[in-house]
Design a protein. Structure first.
Length: 350
């Protein structure tokens, strides 16, 4: 009896610790958001920021708030999808970015805008206006799904190990990046070429409230699916045979998960461009903090992804202001060393 009581208390203590960790991450995200709203070409005090938010006026509300919300939503999407893909592929290096899914989505979005006129190019401002924000993610999803399907098919046919599967994804990403460059090469003028560089660098400046709402809707549905499947993801970590013995079909779980992750990443890439390594860092860090229970890992990876992308974007627009460094560059500066560490013999446990 005392042993059972001790086990229950230990379980309750572990849940409290993980719940407290999530609460601290949420508090850190709120603090980072307030800081991001306060700094810029003209810094403001936190109280002044709150006044402008409540009055819905000033540059904080019209310029910085959409960018901050975009960073939080896109970061949460990339962080949670990165964690799930790592679990599905049983590899800590497998993310939508390293598997080429992001590049496929970028090609699909750019093809829709360049070839079918879903966007308008102009010589001032941001370079491209999204005329059909509800259709662009569908083309991005088609590109992402094509990349993910090719990686899974090649992995299944060739019986590739998880490590080799990531290399296959890198090759697939290079292929779709080459197709994107081909579109740029045959673009009608230099305005279209410069506008399509948006998908190569990553930029949160083009997202308005309309685009944020669309990505947020996909994020909420995806997180609901991930949490519903959290126990199945825990079982998958024990191996396909053990997972199947628990009544979970590993193949169906992987196909569904890759489909949902591809849709989520497509919605982000359509409006923010390719932002790499957020899923890699968020997935790895959440496992180090919380272990292997996906009921906590999914929200933790979303919060960590939001924090990482928000900090990266804020540093990118303040380090050498008024010049804004694209967020895809700042995230790569952090993500590449971690990827090399994993490749060269760091902790490779999923």
């Amino acid at each position: 009896m005392s042993f059972e009581m001790g086990a229950v208390r230990a379980w309750e203590g572990e849940w409290r610790r993980k719940g407290l960790t999530l609460a601290l991450l949420l508090a850190l995200l709120l603090a980072a958001s307030l800081w991001a709203l306060s700094v810029g070409s003209a810094s403001s005090s936190p109280l002044r920021v709150l006044e402008m938010l409540l009055s819905r006026s000033g540059p904080v509300y019209h310029v910085r708030l959409p960018r901050v919300i975009s960073a939080v939503v896109v970061g949460a999407a990339l962080g949670s999808s990165g964690l799930v893909v790592q679990t599905l592929m049983a590899n800590p290096m497998a993310t939508p970015f390293t598997l080429g899914i992001s590049s496929g989505a970028a090609f699909g979005a750019a093809a829709g805008i360049l070839l079918l006129g879903l966007g308008q190019f102009h010589r001032t401002g941001e370079g491209v206006t999204f005329l059909s924000p509800h259709l662009i993610p569908l083309f991005a999803f088609a590109g992402a799904l094509a990349s993910a399907s090719l990686v899974l098919a090649l992995g299944g046919l060739g019986g590739l190990r998880p490590e080799a599967l990531v290399l296959c994804g890198v090759a697939m990403g290079s292929f779709f990046q080459a197709l994107l460059m081909l579109l740029q090469y045959f673009a009608a003028d230099e305005v279209m070429v410069s506008a399509t560089l948006f998908w190569s660098f990553g930029n949160l400046g083009r997202m308005g409230f309309r685009e944020v709402l669309l990505v947020l809707s996909v994020l909420v549905l995806s997180l609901a699916y991930y949490l519903r499947r959290s126990w199945d993801y825990n079982a998958l970590q024990l191996g396909d045979e053990v997972c199947a013995s628990m009544g979970v079909d590993p193949l169906r779980l992987r196909l569904e998960g890759m489909g949902v992750s591809s849709l989520l990443v497509s919605a982000c890439v359509s409006f923010s461009g390719v932002v790499g390594f957020v899923g890699l860092v968020a997935g790895k860090a959440s496992r180090l903090l919380l272990g292997g229970d996906h009921l906590f890992l999914v929200p933790a990876s979303a919060l960590l992804g939001a924090i990482l992308l928000l900090l990266a974007d804020t540093l990118g627009r303040t380090l050498i202001a008024p010049v804004v460094i694209p967020v895809g560059i700042t995230t790569s500066l952090v993500g590449v060393p971690l990827l090399l560490y994993l490749l060269l013999g760091g902790r490779g446990d999923a």
